[in-house]
Design a protein around this ligand. Structure first.
Ligand SMILES: [Fe+2]
Length: 202
């Protein structure tokens, strides 16, 4: 029986309600979805604490269903915490240590942005810029859901949510314009703070 502690949703930063091109209504609805992921993470871990381990079965069993959907719930928590935390800035080209990594691994901010935008257009849920600790470099990674397809031992530094809930209210099906708005609201100080906190080598 695994022990666990409940977590609470992180508060929404006030700057998130005044984004450029992503409406307050859109962000507030999106934040409620994030709260839902937090609640389901807590609920699933509570059920796992009492699950019958002897009934484990790969076709169907409570432990299987709970563990599969736990990855979706925790993915939803982690993805949205990166997403909300690094919005609220003034966008533009990356600065500081992140800019240096972008230049080294993609050649230029434009090449990085084009690649991440195309990855986001090709995705059904997420596109991330991650630092891969084994390859020791940045990659833009595609995701179709909250729990696909992260790389082991890689840390997300930019998380672009391309689920329709992120943009349909503001852009209907025009995902490309939403992605442009996403880039215009990134806060590079937040991303550089993560590089510092995680001690990503320069
Ligand atoms: Fe989302």
């Amino acid at each position: 029986m695994a022990s666990f502690e409940e977590i609470a949703a992180r508060p929404l930063k006030p700057a998130l309600l005044e984004l450029d091109g992503i409406s307050r209504a859109s962000v507030e609805a999106h934040y409620r979805l994030y709260q839902g992921y937090v609640a389901k993470r807590n609920e699933i871990l509570g059920k796992l604490a009492a699950v019958d381990l002897t009934a484990a079965n790969q076709v169907f069993s409570d432990i299987r269903a709970l563990k599969v959907d736990l990855t979706f719930a925790i993915g939803g928590v982690k993805n949205h915490e990166v997403y909300f935390e690094h919005l609220g800035g003034s966008g533009g080209d990356p600065t500081g240590a992140f800019r240096a990594l972008i230049d080294r691994d993609f050649g230029s901010p434009g090449a990085w942005r084009d690649d991440l935008k195309a990855t986001g257009i090709a995705a059904r849920g997420w596109a991330w810029t991650v630092y891969d600790w084994d390859e020791r470099r940045l990659f833009n990674v595609i995701g179709d859901a909250q729990n696909t397809f992260p790389l082991w031992n890689a840390t997300p530094l930019v998380a672009l949510d391309v689920y329709e809930h992120a943009y349909f209210l503001d852009y209907q099906t025009d995902r490309a314009s939403y992605i442009d708005a996403f880039f215009a609201n990134l806060d590079w100080d937040v991303v550089n703070g993560w590089l510092e906190a995680y001690r990503v080598p320069r």
